[in-house]
Design a protein around this ligand. Structure first.
Ligand SMILES: Cc1ncc(C[n+]2csc(CCOP(=O)(O)OP(=O)(O)O)c2C)c(N)n1
Ligand SMILES: [Mg+2]
Length: 353
């Protein structure tokens, strides 16, 4: 093996993770309709795989990752199992949350991965997690991920300030994909970059290219090392783009909220295809890459088959997880099984919105 192919081969795990995230998303999108067996809204992350993949190579078991709604990449990056994620979308008892959370609240206790749909909530909760890590003198850090839209929530500024004052081991990540749902950043903000907002609290900041996984991995390695060494929080803005729709498998470009030129420009910078090209150019055999690709597709299809075959959670057991020990009368309607129920649930089919 030459030096160049050694270097390229070293990026194989990065490629494997990126490809897993990409293909899990694509195959789930194909499966979503017309079967409609996944009954939860899902925010896919096609185009944004480089950041979670780069992070995956730097995470330790006692680190905590807390993500916004576009979470699947970070779930897999933290080492949580694919099967449990897919089963969660199918609402099955074998899901990472026993089938009760779906995509938007996906978490995995053992892997120390959490996500939630309340925009920016993760920045605040990460402070609590990082405070515990510091107080307990563990080597762990907490990663909190939000989007550019999330940066418009007031709690972001309270969280950044507190993390700076307490010098907490937090890596704050803002995935700037230029859109909050269907509203472009230039309509919402005078600046297309957001690091200045974190700098105002004297938090260390970096603006990074979110579509170059190899470069990201190197840059993040330094940042993570600094946080582990006790240097306090770091805010990273990664510029990236989702090439899929905002929510659901549907292409929402019909809404005309972005230009085909812009989309085309970002598709040219596809992070998965470009790392694949780097590996090939660096001498990694195409047969090796094809083997990785084939293994991943089989792994995803197996996860879907096993999710389909698994049982739904037991209703009584599910209710016992309700800490308040009470539930809405709407739930009682389902429990009594007297409510009219449309098995096809056409109304739940997600449309672009
Ligand atoms: C507090 C709050 N307000 C509004 C919403 C509705 N909402 C869900 S996703 C979204 C857009 C988020 O955009 P961004 O943070 O940029 O993340 P992206 O979807 O682009 O990954 C909005 C407004 C929400 N989930 N939480
Ligand atoms: Mg966004």
């Amino acid at each position: 093996m030459t030096n160049a192919s050694n270097t390229a081969a070293a990026h194989t795990p990065l490629y494997r993770m990126m490809r897993l995230i990409r293909r899990a998303e694509e195959i789930l999108m194909e499966e979503y309709h017309p079967a409609d067996q996944m009954r939860c809204p899902i925010h896919f992350c096609v185009g944004q795989e480089a950041m979670p993949a780069a992070l995956s190579t730097l995470m330790q078991p006692d680190d905590v990752v807390m993500s916004h709604h576009r979470s699947h990449g970070y779930y897999l990056a933290k080492g949580a199992p694919l099967d449990a994620m897919v089963a969660e979308f199918y609402g099955k008892a074998t899901g990472s949350n026993g089938g009760l959370a779906g995509s938007q609240e996906l978490s995995h206790e053992e892997a120390r991965f959490y996500s939630g749909t309340i925009l920016s909530g993760m920045f605040a909760m990460a402070n609590g997690s990082a405070f515990a890590q510091k107080y307990d003198e563990t080597s762990g850090l907490t990663v909190a991920v939000i989007g550019d839209g999330g940066m418009e929530e007031g709690i972001v500024f309270e969280a950044l300030n507190l993390a700076a004052v307490f010098k907490l081991p937090v890596l704050f990540v803002c995935e700037n994909n230029l859109y909050s749902a269907h509203t472009r950043i230039d309509i919402r903000s005078k600046s297309e970059t957001l690091i200045a907002r974190a700098k105002a609290f004297e938090v260390e900041t970096r603006l990074l290219d979110g579509n170059d996984a190899v470069l990201l991995q190197q840059q993040l390695a330094d940042i993570v090392r600094g946080i582990r060494a006790g240097n306090g929080p770091h805010f990273v803005e990664v510029t990236t783009y989702r090439t899929c729709g905002h929510v659901g498998p549907e292409n929402d470009d019909v809404l005309g909220y972005r230009t085909p030129e812009e989309l085309g420009k970002w598709k040219q910078r596809d992070p998965v295809a470009s790392l694949r090209a780097t590996l090939l150019a660096g001498g990694v055999a195409s047969s090796e890459i094809e083997k990785i690709d084939g293994d991943i597709d089989r792994q995803v299809r197996r996860a879907i088959d096993s999710a389909k075959g698994a049982a739904f959670p037991d209703f009584e057991k599910a209710l016992s997880l309700n800490w308040a020990n009470s539930y809405s009368p709407v739930v009682a309607k389902f429990e009594s099984a007297r409510a009219a129920f449309d098995g096809h649930q056409n109304e739940t089919k997600l449309k672009p919105y």
